[in-house]
Design a protein around this ligand. Structure first.
Ligand SMILES: O=P(O)(O)O[C@@H]1C[C@H](O)[C@@H](CO)O1
Ligand SMILES: Nc1nc2[nH]cnc2c(=O)[nH]1
Length: 337
């Protein structure tokens, strides 16, 4: 079915000559003719098709905007998972920048994800914190979900602390435990859903990056040591995380299959961010808060739900703030500013 949209003839949602024709975003670089010379065209042409919705220049525009807005020059970036936004509240001298004010940034649509950048100090270290992340199930292409990591890199971030809420599949895990992620299984990647899909701009990173050491071993060891010092070693683990597309939680059969594959924690984020961080040379530390136990038998009366996820995250707020704060201190000691 064809119809007119923003001056383009759109057939089944796509302008077949020029790619999808979407409304220009705040007019950034769009001259409204949606031709090949129009930035709007360049940005939207690949969206959902080639997963290349942001050019290097777009990311430069976004990071340039932020560097102009803030006096902070952070080397450490933090992404807050569902219900974990309070991690940003540990920062002092905070500056908030809502996503909707930032050129090219997506906006958060999920409960528990505020949707703003928080710049500030933690342990005397400048930090850039995302209070709210982007998920594939919200309708964003996966490259868009991971786009803020490229912005972080261009701003000067060299260390990423990615956090998430996850279901505990490993039977030894309890609700409220922390899992230091040592590796992931990119299920969505098995189906070709990868944030690096599409033309590769070498200025972002190599065409074929290795991700076998994505989760920095030194930082993982430090996290376990910190856990001991905090007296939480019995509720701290190292494990394998996976991201599913969501938004539904898993079936019993899906969980049984994942168990066989050695997956310990199941979520709906982080993997795409870590891949992009790795691609751009950012050192990664990531952890899951186990917000619910994965239910693996048919006679369980319970079912997974977002409210439980949020509640568990709220209950563990203080311990997580302390954990992250000590990790930041450690990173600063080994090289971050
Ligand atoms: O953003 P994260 O991965 O922490 O959020 C998890 C996955 C879903 O977005 C949500 C489900 O409750 O929690
Ligand atoms: N996929 C998935 N994501 C989660 N986020 C928090 N808990 C869960 C879960 O059980 N499964």
């Amino acid at each position: 079915m064809s119809r007119k949209m923003n001056g383009c003839t759109v057939t089944n949602g796509y302008n077949l000559e020029n790619g999808p024709c979407l409304p220009s975003k705040n007019g950034f670089g769009c001259n409204n003719d949606h031709s090949a010379s129009c930035n709007c065209y360049k940005r939207t042409r690949y969206m959902d098709i080639d997963c290349q919705s942001y050019t290097y220049e777009d990311i430069r525009e976004t990071s340039g905007f932020l560097l102009q807005k803030t006096k902070y020059r952070p080397e450490i970036g933090i992404i807050c998972g569902s219900g974990l936004g309070s991690l940003a509240e540990s920062l002092t001298e905070k500056q908030y920048i809502p996503y909707k004010e930032v050129p090219h940034f997506p906006v958060s649509t999920v409960k528990g994800h505020v949707g703003q950048l928080v710049f500030g100090m933690l342990q005397g270290v400048p930090i850039m914190c995302m209070q709210g992340r982007f998920h594939y199930y919200e309708g964003y292409p996966i490259c868009k979900c991971a786009m803020p990591v490229r912005v972080m890199k261009m701003i000067g971030v060299n260390y990423l602390i990615a956090t998430n809420a996850a279901g505990g599949l490993n039977e030894s895990y309890n609700v409220g435990d922390i899992v230091v992620i040592k590796d992931h299984v990119n299920f969505m990647g098995f189906a070709g859903v990868n944030p690096l899909r599409g033309p590769n701009d070498e200025r972002f990173g190599p065409r074929f990056p290795a991700v076998s050491k994505a989760y920095n071993a030194e930082l993982r060891a430090a996290a376990l040591k910190i856990g001991k010092e905090m007296g939480i070693q019995n509720s701290l683990h190292e494990g394998v995380y996976t991201c599913l597309g969501g938004p539904n939680f898993e079936t019993i059969a899906e969980l049984a299959a994942m168990k066989v594959l050695g997956i310990d924690a199941v979520g709906m984020s982080t993997v795409h961010e870590v891949i992009v961080a790795c691609h751009s040379g950012i050192t990664v530390f990531a952890f899951s808060l186990i917000t619910n136990k994965c239910l693996t038998t048919y006679d369980d009366d319970d079912v997974a739900n977002h409210e439980e996820v949020m509640e568990t995250a709220k209950n563990k707020e203080d311990v997580l703030k302390e954990f992250v704060s000590r990790m930041v201190q450690h990173i600063q000691k080994i090289g971050g500013k």
